[in-house]
Ligand binder design. Structure first.
Ligand code: PLP
Length: 388
């Protein structure tokens, strides 16, 4: 296949006039860092999420770390998590001096398998950090039941899942803290950025202090008319605040979320119909209790029916001018985690099965129907040319 058409990237953010106007207004205002726009974005996000508190931060990675610190994770503790996620999830645990303990996924949703949690719990286990993979919610009732029984906290890594619902309830409000990402490829973007949601006033208060060097209340106001130069450091905190330039994009992005999510859902329906008769592909499953946010569209290749492997498939898609990706390279395949925690592929068979077959196809609101049709045609042509 030769590259005749324009390259279709794996992702493009949807940035319009509203975002540009708000960012320009922010630049003109003279207040660039954390300030009134961060407050407005937090309030809009809080109202949208249904959470009691929303705290804006510099990334989802910062949100995860801050949540774990605020929930009291200390050196020597263990936190259960999924092996099928981005490095940030486990790194947040490690940066608390704690140990990530990986629990295999289920083969349908690629989320942590609640039935395997108990066997990994020890005296040192403090909590469970789940990831709503690709925007499909985890089985939160089953996870929360284990957490309640064993007195563990639950943090939701909702980096992919803004707007997703579990049994009608928004993700990010189902555990002790929810962590969202506004990285360039996510459901909404501020370039870089993140948000923590929580129902606990005490945790929210702690997070607000810890996110800005551990300075006591409203430190961000210290250069404004209402502020004072005097402050006290009550904890050696972090520099995890969001800036007003980022928050300026966040408010219009949040308003656009329903339209962007609807566009992605249409592309998903198109892909599902286009691939319905393809025995070489396993399509994403949606559990009856789930309303996914469709951050990703991962398909599994039936390698037994094909002459090529997953990596070659992605290379052929690239030759056809289409960007694909793989979510995720599991922890037992990264040198650091393999060595530090003695991880072995045989201990994570479902994760290994999914990883070796998965391809994430382009899925974003800026794609046109003709783009989705082009992706589907390329996938089918590669399969047709490489059947065993
Ligand atoms: C599951 C998951 N968690 C956390 C993160 C980290 O997000 P951020 O880049 O906002 O720190 C990512 C980023 O891709 C992710 O995929």
């Amino acid at each position: 296949m030769t590259m005749t058409k324009k390259f279709l990237p794996f992702h493009l953010p949807e940035i319009g006039r509203e975002e540009k106007k708000e960012v320009m207004n922010c630049l003109d205002s003279g207040w660039l860092t954390m300030g009134p726009r961060v407050k407005d974005f937090e309030e809009a996000f809080r109202a949208h999420s249904g959470a009691r508190h929303a705290i804006a931060v510099s990334s989802c990675t910062a949100a995860l770390h801050l949540s774990l610190v605020a929930l009291g994770v200390k050196p020597g503790d263990e936190v259960l998590t999924t092996p099928y996620t981005f490095a940030a999830t486990a790194n947040a645990i490690i940066h608390c001096g704690a140990k990530p303990v990986f629990v295999d996924i289920d083969r349908e949703t690629y989320n942590i398998d609640p039935a395997r949690l108990e066997e990994k719990i020890t005296r040192r286990t403090k909590g469970i950090l789940v990831v709503h993979f690709g925007g499909h919610p985890c089985d939160m009732d089953a996870i929360n039941a284990v957490a309640r029984r064993r007195r563990l906290f639950v943090v939701e890594d909702a980096a992919h899942a803004l707007g997703a619902r579990y049994r009608g309830r928004k993700v990010g409000t189902l555990g002790d803290a929810g962590c969202f990402s506004f990285y360039a490829t996510k459901n909404i973007t501020t370039g870089e950025g993140g948000m923590i949601t929580t129902r606990s006033a005490a945790a929210a208060e702690k997070m607000r202090v810890y996110l800005l060097h551990g300075i006591n209340k409203d430190a961000w106001k210290r250069y404004s008319r209402q502020g004072s130069w005097k402050y006290d450091v009550v904890f050696p905190g972090f520099k995890y605040n969001m800036a007003d330039i980022q928050a300026a994009m966040g408010v219009p992005q949040l308003k656009k979320l329903p339209a962007m999510a609807a566009a992605c859902k249409k592309h998903v329906a198109f892909y599902n119909a286009a691939f319905a008769g393809c025995p070489e592909l396993t399509l994403p499953t949606v559990k009856p209790w789930a309303e996914p946010s469709w951050h990703l569209y991962p398909v599994l290749l039936g390698l037994e029916k094909l002459k090529i492997g997953r990596d070659e498939f992605i290379e052929k898609m690239k030759q056809a001018g289409i960007g694909c990706s793989v979510h995720f390279i599991p922890f037992h395949r990264h040198s650091f985690y393999r060595k530090a925690y003695g991880l072995k592929a045989k201990d994570y068979p479902n994760c290994e099965y999914v990883y070796s077959r998965t391809v994430s196809l382009p899925l974003y609101s800026r794609m046109k129907k003709s783009d989705a049709a082009r992706v589907a045609a390329a996938v089918k042509a590669i399969i047709a040319g490489n059947r065993r």
